[in-house]
Design a binder for this molecule. Structure first.
Ligand SMILES: [Zn+2]
Length: 421
């Protein structure tokens, strides 16, 4: 009897250890979500809806069911898109989209040759000269301006950028910059294109041609993907794991933003955790929500808290995972100061097991999908990893750039943390 029991617990131990090799599952799903067919899980080539179907299939393959009849929770919003051509030719040379140049997320569209004027410093910063520029544009003397902000810093850089923004009501604006490119999702398009060109790719312009297809997509339909491992006690509370699967989509029909770290990595961790909780039941219903519309302004999570599929008051704890691909420098915990007891639990697990080099404390922040839950009084943390990978909202945030160095350790930390409830 005794030895038998020993054998069983030995076997169980072995199973748990093998279940903790979650990084391969994490890699598989992250890699898939970064594939060209999902086109940055955004608003070109139906990338986000293809990704939603893929995620629902993954839940189904694992035998994890939806809460209601469907895995999908649809909602809609307006979004500015670049679904077709995206081309910038400078002095006969085609620049590389996403690397040499990007458009602003709220950029308008335009096709043709630019009749441009390079603005001098006084034309940028002197209101009277700027007004004159607008008059020249209105007389069709030129249809675009070039603003070189490479020598500006701090407030003057800010001012130059906001003048560039304002001028897009009248003309195409090309900004020459040394700033790192950061793309986003817009819903409020400008009248004309706003284009940023990297200093290294710029040479004094003689001839510029652009082809920028832009379209404001009204009421784009996106889907949160929701699944649950129920526990026997129907009245039990919920443990909720969330991660947004949407990213920035495409910039034209050739270039897309893979969003490896942000947030294919966190989405994949939902499945690693699903595997764990299937084999290691807890006395809670364990809910997994892959949110859409995060990059467009936390829209999917807002929709969920306004149309909850579970009673928000019965959520014991929610953990949001965003940017899970590195971790060499540990993780940051948003909301740590709101829930000091839970944060202490994390610290003591980590001190005992030595999973991460650092667990950094941070206050509340509206920087990912936990935010709306916090606003509704749901106890929640948001984890993000820190490490060498600084690619963020650019074309370099690829699957290949992720180390997954701390992936298993983070899954173990979360599993141990969940056991404390
Ligand atoms: Zn994100």
């Amino acid at each position: 009897m005794r030895s038998n029991r020993f054998f069983i617990s030995f076997l169980f131990c072995f199973l748990s250890v093998s279940l903790f090799s979650q990084v391969e599952e994490g890699r598989r799903i992250t890699k898939e979500l970064c594939a060209p067919k999902y086109f940055g899980r955004g608003y070109v080539k139906s990338g986000d809806s293809l990704a939603a179907v893929y995620l629902a299939n993954e839940f189904q393959n694992k035998g994890i069911k939806p809460i209601k009849k469907s895995y999908f929770q649809p909602f809609s919003f307006d979004v500015n898109t670049f679904p077709g051509e995206m081309k910038l030719t400078l002095n006969g040379q085609e620049l590389k989209t996403g690397i040499d140049y990007i458009v602003d997320h709220n950029s308008g569209g335009f096709h043709g040759e630019l009749k441009f004027k390079s603005l001098t410093e006084s034309e940028i910063f002197n209101l009277d000269s700027t007004r004159k520029i607008v008059q020249f544009i209105q007389k069709s003397i030129f249809n675009s301006v070039i603003i070189d902000v490479r020598n500006y810093q701090g407030d003057s850089l800010k001012n130059a950028n906001s003048i560039a923004n304002a001028l897009t009501d009248f003309a195409t604006v090309l900004v020459v910059t040394n700033e790192k490119f950061t793309f986003s999702v817009g819903s409020n398009p400008m009248g004309f294109p706003l284009i940023f060109v990297q200093g290294f790719a710029y040479q004094a312009a003689k001839k510029i041609e652009i082809q920028i297809d832009q379209k404001l997509k009204k009421k784009h339909i996106a889907n949160n993907v929701v699944a649950m491992i129920p526990t026997e006690n129907k009245k039990a509370e919920y443990l909720v794991f969330t991660a947004h699967y949407d990213h920035l989509g495409g910039m034209g029909n050739q270039t897309y933003f893979p969003g490896g770290n942000d947030n294919a990595s966190g989405t994949s961790m939902l499945f690693a955790l699903a595997d764990y909780f299937k084999e290691n039941p807890v006395p809670y219903h364990v809910v997994f929500i892959a949110f859409a519309g995060e990059e467009a302004g936390l829209i999917g999570s807002k929709y969920f808290v306004d149309h909850p599929l579970v009673d928000l008051k019965k959520i014991k704890f929610l953990l949001n995972l965003d940017i899970m691909g590195s971790g060499e420098e540990g993780i940051t915990v948003v909301n740590a100061t709101l829930f000091p007891t839970e944060f202490e639990k994390l610290i003591s697990i980590n001190e005992k097991e030595n999973y991460l080099s650092q667990i950094k404390k941070r206050g509340p922040a509206a920087n990912s999908d936990h935010y709306w839950f916090t606003e509704k009084g749901v106890p929640a943390f948001f984890f993000y990893t820190m490490g060498d990978n600084k690619h963020y909202h650019d074309v370099f945030d690829t699957y290949e750039e992720l180390t997954f160095n701390k992936y298993n350790d983070i899954v173990k930390l979360i599993a141990a943390f969940a056991k404390t409830f």
